[in-house]
Design a protein around this ligand. Structure first.
Ligand code: GDP
Ligand code: MN
Length: 429
């Protein structure tokens, strides 16, 4: 049940963003009901998405032995036509939509990335014991600012028609605009509040044309890279699960978990620096287990146990990885170009699942050496790569102390595996 809680009295004029001062987004797992009142924000109004697809579905999944996860699903096709599917959980505004629609960079001619979903995965073991995933959504609900032909050409093509926009700027020719869409801003537009906006006004007042969390809602079928199997009810087989967040320090570009339970630990303890889509101060690390903190419909400790148990019904266990596109250097600049170049990390991940790529053991997991990565078409020195991958013992000491803080909050439901994994990590440190 959804209402913005703003009925119009006879003759009353409507407003562009009807809502109520009081907002209640309430979930009843026992009856699988959602009551959403007072808010028209997509996250609260598109009830099939986070509310049902994750919060209620995670309860159904626990009861029925499957998983409802905050994950994108993509397929990697190499030049010989071999296809490998992976699922990745990143917190909101950490790059799921961009990663799901990745266009391979220079040096990866003949490679293709197929999009199955960009936000939610429902995953279950099939009769052969393989994990298979479906995307339960019909479309994409993405952050607009920063989306451009340069950063995500597929998203731009997807939203070119039949799309709904919220809190973007309107251009005089009837189009939309947001920060980062083009290098040149429009000479004039209406900002997200309906006020006149020009580059000169922006310079003077700092006003943004679009809200930082402005969104587009577009049909997935319009995505140029939509996977032929994206609506297959039996889903696609998942070879790897990737966790990741926005971390300026500590977390390397990529590492692989030793096994399923250390992988569950990595997912359980993942963190991200807060951004506009999440509450809290911008720039502090917030623990967000499996990117599910705002979306898990029951106790996180029981959810970790459900993850541990899921592996028992599998004949082939997906490999688990952690990535960080957002590590910064001493000057505060991103050390990794990200976007299309993330393909290089993806290739190493796929090759690891196939037993084709080497790695080096470190206290936190398996890491690629410089020579284990594909560098054709990109310049990155061995020194730069080693900085990106650097394991900083002092930083990891602080990291495990923060893990303990998370665990104290979950103590009465925390599976023993998590406690033992933390002890082992401390021993290796
Ligand atoms: P989602 O909310 O998880 O789907 O995240 P999006 O894909 O919408 O991206 C959120 C923000 O992160 C956008 O501003 C993107 O431009 C930015 N972003 C996405 N991928 C990368 C990357 O690889 N590197 C960097 N530096 N930024 C990225
Ligand atoms: Mn997204």
């Amino acid at each position: 049940m959804h209402s913005v809680g703003a009925p119009l009295a006879p003759g009353q004029k409507d407003v562009p963003w009807p809502c109520n001062k009081e907002k209640y987004i309430v979930h009843f797992p026992e009856t699988r009901e959602i009551w959403s009142y007072g808010s028209g924000y997509g996250g609260n109004a598109l009830l099939g998405k986070k509310c049902f697809g994750l919060r209620i579905a995670s309860n159904i999944a626990r009861d029925e032995g499957w998983m409802a996860e905050h994950m994108l699903i993509l397929g990697v096709e190499n030049p010989s036509g071999e296809k490998t599917y992976v699922a990745a959980a990143f917190p909101s505004a950490c790059g799921k939509t961009n990663f799901a629609m990745l266009i391979p960079p220079k040096g990866f001619e003949g490679w293709k990335v197929w999009t199955v979903g960009d936000d939610i995965a429902w995953i279950r073991p099939d009769e052969r014991g393989l994990l298979r995933a479906i995307n339960p959504e019909a479309g994409f609900f993405g952050v607009a600012p920063g989306t451009s032909v340069k950063t995500n050409r597929n998203a731009m093509a997807t939203l070119s028609k039949n799309s709904i926009f919220t809190n973007v700027a309107l251009t005089p020719d009837g189009g939309v605009w947001w920060e980062g869409m083009t290098d040149e801003p429009p000479a004039e537009c209406l900002d997200w509040k309906g006020q006149k906006w020009t580059p000169a006004i922006a310079k003077e007042t700092g006003a943004k044309a679009a809200h930082p969390n402005a969104r587009f809602t577009a049909p997935a079928s319009q995505c140029p890279t939509i996977d032929p199997a994206w609506e297959d009810p039996s889903g696609v087989p998942i070879s790897a699960i990737i966790f990741g967040g926005r971390r300026a320090t500590t977390m390397p570009l990529v590492f692989q978990a030793f096994n399923w339970s250390s992988g569950v630990y990595i997912g359980a303890t993942m963190g991200s620096e807060t951004t506009a889509a999440a509450a809290g101060a911008v720039g502090t690390v917030r623990r967000d287990p499996m990117a599910m903190l705002p979306f898990c419909g029951y106790h996180m400790g029981d959810y970790f146990r459900h993850w541990i148990k899921m592996q028992r019904s599998l004949t082939l266990t997906p490999r688990i990885f952690h990535v960080n596109w957002f590590r910064k250097d001493a000057d505060g600049k991103f050390m990794w170009p990200g976007f299309a170049e993330n393909m290089r990390v993806l290739k190493w991940i796929v090759d690891r699942t196939k037993g084709r790529a080497l790695a080096q053991e470190t206290p936190v997991g398996w890491m690629p050496r410089y020579e284990d990565m594909e560098w054709s078409g990109m310049e990155l020195s061995k020194e730069k790569f080693e900085e990106l991958q650097k394991f900083d013992r002092e930083a990891w000491r602080r990291e495990v102390i923060e893990h303990e803080e998370l665990f104290i909050g979950l103590h009465d439901h925390l599976p023993k595996e998590m406690v033992y994994e933390r002890e082992l990590l401390i021993c290796r440190l």
